[in-house]
Design a protein around this ligand. Structure first.
Ligand SMILES: Cc1ncc(COP(=O)(O)O)c(C=O)c1O
Length: 391
């Protein structure tokens, strides 16, 4: 992100943002497709030989999905809605892995009819349900067991998924029951993989390394019983910096992550899969919003913008701190809270920050909003959803 001729620009090709506001009616999410290619290619290079299934939940925008498909991604989905969106965007059923703890009978039936590449199973009753539905359809379901190694990756508790008190995945002690269920449904279940996802915003990899080391011997043992076991899906979760743009440091962390993965898993006789979301998309998007009021009180000054927590919930939900930058460069600064119009005190984007001087009618960009931005948006307070524009 940098200013050229005093205008904020996005991505490696330094695309101007201000012209997008010419006919401004409501907040705009902007996604830079060239930036997405750059991130995808960097990850594909570092994790060469690993098939990348983009986590659709991060950003299911159709143009974004079409672009990712074009440059070689598969899709990781968590609902029938995401399956449909991915397929409408050009992914085939064979490009899709399907995770999620709450798959309904209808969703499983549709996934099986479509021939989804792999269903990542999150509980014993789910495995039983898939076995029974596949049997009734006369199909063989390709399943991967999502295992929960009970490991802490030191992230926000709301996005940790690999601890035993999280609802995700299955404890290793459940393996004998899983084997029994796979055997019971040997006509309708085919064990094809192991899957793992420890959580999001992983910036340090000791927990990840421990998890891979813990699962590796279990995989080897299971492969003896089930020779069809041929994939290891190590999930997503690689974090980014929200407080600065340091792509070099992020790429060096990516290389560390890739090295750990390959050092541990490359001698397994299997294909490797990953499910990245945030790392690919977050930096490639910004939320542009218009300043409505500068409100001064005896306690502090507020910049009130027309985007709210309903458009980007990460600051309210996870205390995430996104950089906020005026679209036109300023020399003066102001110390403010940046807040939205929603009737909640949790409706803020930043507190006590030093912001470039803005006034009513100016535009600011809430940076790094390409992942978990629009996809988590709502119409709370009957606000309109933002626009989305790909550049
Ligand atoms: C099963 C699964 N895979 C992949 C991801 C993507 O994670 P991230 O966006 O942190 O890479 C998530 C995120 O919640 C997930 O639940």
């Amino acid at each position: 992100m940098e200013y050229i001729n005093n205008e904020l620009c996005l991505g490696p090709l330094k695309k101007r943002l201000l012209p997008l506001c010419a006919n401004y009616m409501r907040p705009i999410y902007v996604y830079d497709l060239d930036f997405i290619s750059q991130r995808f290619n960097a990850m594909a290079k570092a994790l060469s030989g690993v098939r990348l299934f983009y986590a659709v939940k991060a950003n299911p925008n159709q143009q974004v999905l079409q672009h990712l498909k074009k440059i070689g991604a598969g899709a990781d989905v968590v609902s029938l809605g995401e399956i449909k969106r991915a397929m409408e965007s050009g992914f085939s059923a064979h490009d899709i892995v399907y995770s999620g703890v709450g798959k309904t009978r209808h969703e499983i039936t549709e996934a099986l009819k479509l021939g989804i590449l792999q269903i990542n199973v999150e509980s014993l009753p789910e495995l039983e349900r898939i076995g029974a539905i596949a049997r009734s359809l006369g199909k063989k379901a390709a399943v991967a067991l999502r295992l929960n190694p009970d490991i802490d990756i030191k992230t926000h508790p709301y996005i940790a998924t690999g601890l035993k008190d999280n609802k995700f995945g299955m404890e290793l002690s459940l393996i004998p029951d899983l084997v029994a269920c796979l055997t019971k449904y040997s006509d309708s279940l085919e064990l094809v993989g192991f899957s793992l996802h420890l959580g999001s915003m992983m910036m340090e990899f000791s927990g990840y390394e421990e998890a891979l080391r813990k699962l590796k011997p279990v995989f080897v043992e299971m492969q003896k019983k089930f020779p069809t076991l041929k994939r290891f899906d190590f999930g997503g979760g690689l974090g980014i910096f929200y407080d600065r743009l340091d792509l070099e440091l992020e790429e060096s962390l990516l290389r560390d992550y890739a090295k750990i993965t390959k050092d541990i898993l490359s001698d397994l006789n299997c294909e490797l899969q990953a499910e990245p979301g945030r790392w690919l998309l977050a930096h490639c998007g910004a939320l542009i919003t218009e300043v409505q009021y500068i409100k001064k009180t005896s306690a502090k000054d507020f910049v009130i913008v027309d985007a709210g927590m309903n458009h980007l919930i990460r600051p309210s939900l996870y205390e995430a701190q996104h950089l906020i930058m005026p679209l036109k460069k300023t020399t003066e600064t102001m110390k403010v809270d940046v807040v939205g119009p929603i009737c909640e005190s949790s409706d803020f984007f930043a507190k006590d920050i030093t912001l470039g001087q803005v006034q009513e009618g100016d535009f600011v960009a809430i940076m790094d909003s390409g992942a978990y931005g629009y996809s988590m948006a709502s119409q709370y307070n009957m606000q309109e959803l933002p626009l989305e524009i790909c550049i």
